[in-house]
Design a protein around this ligand. Structure first.
Ligand code: GAL
Length: 581
C-alpha cells in the first residue's frame, strides 16, 4: 500500500511537471513562475544537485517579512516545482536570540550536505527583524534535503559580525563559511567543524578593506573563485571577483567579470550563488537577485552563464539562454605552448573576447562568429618567440606598419614579425618587431567590438593575449590551467644576487608580485628562466633588445618555495635565488 502510494506520488510529480513544463530556457530578470503558475519566491538563494534533481533554496518573503526558507525542485533548471517551506518561522522570540521565530529576518540561505553525519546543514544571515545590527548566522539541519529543517542556534562566527554570507563545500568534504565582517569592510573565511554546525578556529580575513558583500564561491580545477558585490544595500553595483589557490590563504582581486552593457550594475543584479551544472564540464551559473527595494519578496532573478575560458570569470548578458550554451563555451582552448606551423586564435585577457576583423577594422568580438574571428598560422622565423602571422582566410600577414595594423601579402619587412613574450598564467605581450608597440585593446575597453590597435608597450592588461586553438578543427596540447594553478603568493624574499648590472628584484603590487630586471647592460635580448629547486623550469620569457627594464608579473603561478632565476644574454649570465613565502 505504502509502495503504491509512493509510486503514485512519484508519477503525479512527473505528470504535473510535464504538463506545466512551459520553460525551455532561462530568461534573466523576467517573471519566473513555478509549475503551479505562482511567482517563485526564493531570494538570495542557492541550488544543490542530488539524484537527478536540482533543489533551489531561498528567502521566502512577503514584502520585507520572512516566512522562512523556500524549497523548489527541478530536473532541468528551467521548471521549478514548489515544495513545502524547508523552514517555516516558528516558536517565540527569545531574549538570548536563540530562536528562528516569526518576525525575525533570514537572508541568503545556503545548504550543504555533510557526508559524515548524513545531515543537511543550512546557514542563513539572522537579524532580529528591526534592523541589521545583530549580524549573526542562524544554523539549521535536516535529514532530508528538502527539509523540514530544525533550528540549531544563532551566533556570530568566532565573534565576528556576519552580515551577507555564504558557505562553500570543498571536494575534500571540508566546508567553509564566508561572511562580510568588520561592518562590511572585510570578508572572513572560517573552516567549519566536521559537523559543519560551528566554525573552527582556522579562519582568515581576506580582501581587507575592499568593502565587499554578497559572496558566492566556487572551485574550478584547483583554483577558488569568489564573486562579490560592493556595499550599496538593495541598489545594484559592479560585481567584483577574486581568486586564490588556497582557500584560507591570500586572495587576489580580479576585474569586473561583467563585460556587456550595464556591467556597472551587474545587469541590475547582486550575486547570491554560483551553481555548478551537473554533467557538463566547467559549466557554472552566476545566480543573482534583481532586488525590488520596496518589496524584496517580489524581487526577480538574474541567472547567467559564467565563463572561465580565459582562466578568469566573465559574465555576458543574454536575454535568454539554455544549457546548450556550455557546449560551445570551451570550443577555443588555451594552447599549452606555441608550436610553429600551428593555427591559433588570440584571446584578449581583459574581456575574454577573440581578436577579430569587422569589415576593415581590427576588433575584439564575441566568439563563435566565424565570419569575424581571426585565426593565424604561426610561421617560425630564425628567432625563437618571433613569428609571422598568416591569417587563414585571406592568406595575408598581420603587419604593423606606420599606418597601423593591416593584413598584407607576405613581404620581408620586420613589420610582419611579432614577438610573443610570455607572462604569468600563459598570457603574452605581442610586440611588433619594428617598433616597441604591442597589440592593445583600445582604451582598455571590455566591450564587444572594441578596437585592437598598436600602442607603446605599457605592460598593461589590455595588452595581454592568450594563444588559443579551435578544438573543432585542431587537437593541440591544451594548457590545463585549472589543474595546476597556484598557491597565491603573499610575500617574496630575495636571497642573493650574484652580480651587479642586472638586478632582479621582487616587489609587491596589489597582491601580485613581480620580478623586475633593471640596469641591464648591452642591447641583446635576455632569456629569463626560472627553475625550482628540483631544476624544473617553471617559467621562461624573453626580454626583447630594446627594453631597458621589464616587469614580469608572476602572481598565481608559483607555489611556495625557493627558486632560481637565470637571466642570460650575449653579454652576461646571472643567477638569483629567491623565496616565495
Ligand atoms: C544588501 C544585502 C541583501 C540585504 C540588503 C538589505 O546589501 O546584500 O542581502 O541584506 O542589503 O538592505
Amino acid at each position: 500500500m505504502k509502495k503504491a502510494l509512493f509510486i503514485l506520488s512519484f508519477v503525479s510529480f512527473f505528470v504535473s511537471t510535464a504538463s506545466a513544463a512551459a520553460y525551455t530556457k532561462i530568461t534573466p530578470g523576467e517573471n519566473w513562475l513555478d509549475t503551479d503558475g505562482n511567482f517563485i519566491n526564493a531570494h538570495g538563494g542557492c541550488v544543490l544537485y542530488e539524484n537527478g534533481y536540482y533543489y533551489l533554496f531561498g528567502e521566502n518573503r512577503t514584502v520585507f517579512y520572512s516566512n522562512g526558507i523556500s524549497c523548489y525542485k527541478s530536473a532541468d533548471l528551467y521548471n521549478w516545482k514548489k515544495l513545502p517551506l524547508a523552514y517555516t518561522v516558528q516558536g517565540v522570540q527569545r531574549e538570548d536570540l536563540q530562536d528562528a521565530a516569526p518576525g525575525r529576518l533570514f537572508e541568503r540561505p545556503k545548504v550543504m550536505y555533510n557526508k559524515s553525519t548524513g545531515k543537511y546543514v543550512m546557514y542563513t544571515h539572522w537579524e532580529d527583524g528591526n534592523n541589521y545590527s545583530y549580524a549573526r548566522v542562524a544554523v539549521f539541519y535536516s535529514d532530508k534535503i528538502e527539509g523540514p529543517y530544525t533550528f540549531y542556534k544563532t551566533y556570530r562566527p568566532n565573534g565576528h559580525d556576519s552580515r551577507d554570507q555564504t558557505t562553500f563545500l570543498d571536494e575534500d568534504g571540508k566546508a567553509y563559511h564566508f561572511c562580510a565582517t568588520n561592518m562590511n569592510t572585510d570578508i572572513n573565511v572560517a573552516l567549519l567543524n566536521e559537523d559543519y554546525l560551528d566554525p573552527s578556529l582556522s579562519e582568515t580575513l581576506i580582501l581587507n578593506g575592499r568593502s565587499m558583500e554578497a559572496p558566492a564561491i566556487t572551485r574550478v580545477g584547483d583554483t577558488y573563485f569568489g564573486i562579490f558585490s560592493g556595499c550599496t544595500g538593495w541598489t545594484p553595483n559592479a560585481v567584483r571577483s577574486a581568486m586564490s589557490g588556497s582557500i584560507l590563504g591570500a586572495w587576489t582581486e580580479l576585474t569586473n567579470p561583467a563585460i556587456d552593457a550595464k556591467s556597472s550594475t551587474t545587469y541590475d543584479s547582486q550575486s547570491n550563488y554560483i551553481l555548478k551544472v551537473n554533467g557538463k564540464e566547467n559549466a557554472y551559473v552566476y545566480m543573482g537577485d534583481r532586488w525590488n527595494s520596496h518589496d524584496p519578496g517580489s524581487s526577480k532573478y538574474v541567472w547567467l552563464p559564467l565563463n572561465f575560458r580565459s582562466g578568469y570569470p566573465f559574465i555576458n548578458w543574454y536575454d535568454s539562454w539554455d544549457l546548450s550554451i556550455f557546449d560551445n563555451m570551451y570550443r577555443y582552448k588555451r594552447a599549452k605552448s606555441i608550436v610553429a606551423g600551428n593555427t591559433y586564435a588570440l584571446l584578449a585577457r581583459i574581456s575574454n573576447r577573440l581578436f577579430s576583423r569587422d569589415g576593415s577594422n581590427f576588433v575584439v568580438s564575441v566568439d563563435d562568429d566565424d565570419t569575424k574571428n581571426l585565426q593565424f598560422v604561426f610561421e617560425a622565423t630564425s628567432t625563437s618567440n618571433l613569428y609571422k602571422l598568416k591569417e587563414v582566410k585571406s592568406g595575408n600577414y598581420l603587419e604593423g606598419g606606420t599606418g597601423g595594423l593591416a593584413l598584407n601579402a607576405k613581404n620581408t619587412n620586420i613589420t610582419q614579425e611579432w614577438t610573443f613574450s610570455k607572462q604569468a598564467n600563459n598570457y603574452y605581450y605581442i610586440t611588433n618587431r619594428s617598433r616597441n608597440q604591442a597589440l592593445s585593446v583600445d582604451g582598455s575597453s571590455v566591450s564587444n567590438g572594441a578596437g585592437v590597435v598598436l600602442q607603446v608597450k605599457a605592460s598593461s592588461m589590455n595588452q595581454l593575449f592568450g594563444v588559443y586553438f579551435d578544438s573543432k578543427s585542431f587537437e593541440y596540447e591544451e594548457d590545463n590551467f585549472f589543474k595546476n594553478t597556484p598557491s597565491t603568493v603573499s610575500s617574496i624574499e630575495s636571497v642573493k644576487q650574484d652580480k651587479p648590472g642586472v638586478v632582479i628584484f621582487p616587489s609587491m603590487n596589489n597582491g601580485d608580485f613581480q620580478i623586475r630586471l633593471t640596469n641591464r647592460t648591452g642591447n641583446n635580448p635576455i632569456n629569463l628562466k626560472m627553475f625550482d629547486l628540483n631544476g624544473m623550469k617553471v617559467y621562461e620569457t624573453i626580454i626583447s633588445g630594446d627594453e631597458s627594464s621589464s616587469t614580469i608579473q608572476l602572481s598565481n603561478i608559483l607555489a611556495k618555495g625557493m627558486y632560481i632565476v637565470n637571466a642570460k644574454s650575449k653579454d652576461f649570465s646571472v643567477n638569483q635565488k629567491f623565496i616565495v613565502k
